[in-house]
Each structure stands twice: as C-alpha cells, then as structure tokens.
Design a protein around this ligand. Structure first.
Ligand SMILES: *[C@@H]1O[C@H](CO)[C@@H](O)[C@H](O)[C@H]1NC(C)=O
Length: 292
C-alpha cells in the first residue's frame, strides 16, 4: 500500500516519464583524468591545467587520452573549436577500446573556411564494425564559446549530448543481432590533426598553413565512469551505479522531442536513411527512432 502511494507520487512528479538528464558534470583539471599522448610540446596549459589548448601546425597535431579505462559511465568535455579558417582540420573526442574487434563512440568536428559551418560527425563501432555515420550542423557557432559535448554509456543505450541536448541515441539491440559494447573497457581520447584529404567538402578544401597554428581549447575534464583497470570485477556487477537506473535506460518524451528537433533541422547525413549503402535498413535504426 505504502509502496503504491510512493510510486504514484513519483509518477506525478515525473509526469510519467522515465528519462532524466545525466548527473551534472564536475569540472576537474586536465591532469586528474588525462595525460598527453603525442607531441607534448603542442599542448598548452592554463590555470593549473583547468584549461588547455591543442595546437596544430604543419609539423604535427597533438592529442591526449584518459589515464583510466572505463566500462560504462558519463564522459564530457567543454570544447571551443578552432576559430577562423579551420578548413582541413579535425578535432575529435571519442571513447575507444584497444583491441582489434574494437568498440568506439566518436565525436568528430570537421572544420571549414571562415564563416562556413562546421560539421559534427558521430559514429559507433561495435565489435569492430562501424559505418554508422551521422552528420549534423550545430545550431550555434562552436568556435565562439565553450560547449559541452558528452556521452552517456550504460548497458541499455549510448547517448550523445551537445549541451545536454541528445543529438543521437544508439540503443542496445543485442536481441536483434547487433553487437553492443558491454565487456571491453574504453579510454577517452581527444586530438586535433590535419585531415584535408577528406574533412572539408570531401577533401576539396585544403588546410591553409599560413593560418597555423590552429588552436582548439578544452576545459571541464569530467569523467564519471567505472574504472575497469582497478575495478573490473565491480564493473561487471551491473545495476548499482546511477547510470544503470531506470531513468537512464531510455530517453524521456522531452528528450526525444529535442532529439527529433535536432534531426529534423540539422541533419546532413544519416546512415539509417542511406538506401544506396544499406538496401536493408540496419536493425538498430528503428529502435533508435532514426527513421522518423
Ligand atoms: C563547409 O561549408 C560548405 C559550404 O557552406 C558546406 O557545404 C560544408 O558542408 C561545410 N562543412 C564541411 C566540413 O565541409
């Protein structure tokens, strides 16, 4: 009886919806969670590492990675992308496992000529299989201010957020024969590099090295995940962490409405709708509501 009353109150407060925004990210200095991977001299630190800059010039780009490996959690980064002429440059922020049949969750920001819009490309690899690109324009200029880009990953779904607006969801479709990342720990990576063979207008626009160095700024190095390197056994025990709870197992109606808004207004490309490449609709697409 008491339980029923409590449940009714919860449903009333929630309006019956189950979803919720991930826990608020906590900003920590770079060195808490990350270390440089290559070209150490192309990373600059400010305010004790609470903010950093990655530099790309004609000699090299640079990148960094998380110290720990994680199985599930919430990962986010505040990024201000290369301003001005960024054509040919790519800034990436992704989770990846290390072995050959790898899992990967990608944000890639493709630069452009001054005044032309960036493209945000996302992709999901599971068991070594990718080819699930989606491309959108952003509804703001990502070079003017910092914006928060984040990933929620649990056993039920992977959600990509831009400033807490879901821009993509990849549901666990194991029952439909689609692999889902659940047993390989991943590290977070980020890098800035030259990709003028494909990035901007399919490689037509080349990097203008007279504009170098190209600079991307980062802060808010939040990671709230289960650190598999130290807690592998614990991570395997599902159900205990906040991201396992009911309200994070699916998007709620409000989040789906925002996702639909992003898709309808800003989509450039969605593999789910590419009937040339995929004559048969990939099984996850309908569950991810990518066909509407
Ligand atoms: C760059 O700008 C052109 C022209 O507006 C646009 O077609 C293209 O999608 C933009 N982005 C990239 C990364 O090519």
């Amino acid at each position: 009886m008491e339980i029923v009353v409590v449940m009714m109150v919860v449903l009333m407060i929630n309006g019956g919806a189950l979803g919720a925004a991930p826990r608020k990210a906590i900003d920590v200095p770079f060195g808490r969670n990350y270390a440089p991977t290559w070209a150490f001299d192309h990373i600059k630190y400010f305010n004790g590492g609470s903010q950093i800059q990655l530099l790309l010039d004609k000699y090299t780009g640079t990148g960094f990675q998380s110290k720990g490996s994680y199985l599930f959690g919430h990962f986010s980064m505040n990024i201000k992308l290369v301003a001005g002429d960024s054509a040919g440059t790519v800034t990436a922020f992704y989770l990846s496992s290390q072995n050959s049949e790898h899992d990967e969750i990608d944000f890639e920001f493709l630069g452009n000529r001054t005044g032309q819009p960036y493209i945000l490309q996302t992709n999901v690899f599971t068991g070594g299989k990718g080819d699930r690109e989606q491309r959108i324009y952003l509804w703001f200029d990502p070079t003017k201010d910092f914006h928060r880009y984040s990933v929620l990953w649990n056993l039920y779904q992977i959600v990509f957020f831009v400033d807490d607006i879901p821009i993509r969801v990849f549901k666990n479709c194991k029952d439909l024969g689609v692999k889902f990342p659940f047993n390989q720990a991943m590290k977070m990576y980020s890098s800035l590099w030259n990709a003028d063979d494909w990035a901007t207008r399919g490689g037509l626009e080349k990097t203008d090295w007279s504009k170098a160095p190209f600079v991307a700024s980062y802060k808010g190095f939040h990671i709230d995940g289960c650190e598999a390197s130290v807690e592998a056994k614990f991570c395997a025990t599902q159900g205990k962490r906040w991201w396992d709870q009911k309200e994070f197992q699916d998007l709620d109606a409000f989040q789906f409405r925002r996702l639909r808004w992003v898709r309808s207004k800003f989509t450039i490309y969605n593999y789910c709708k590419d009937r040339v490449r995929y004559p048969a609709i990939p099984p996850e697409c309908s569950r991810d509501r990518d066909l509407f």
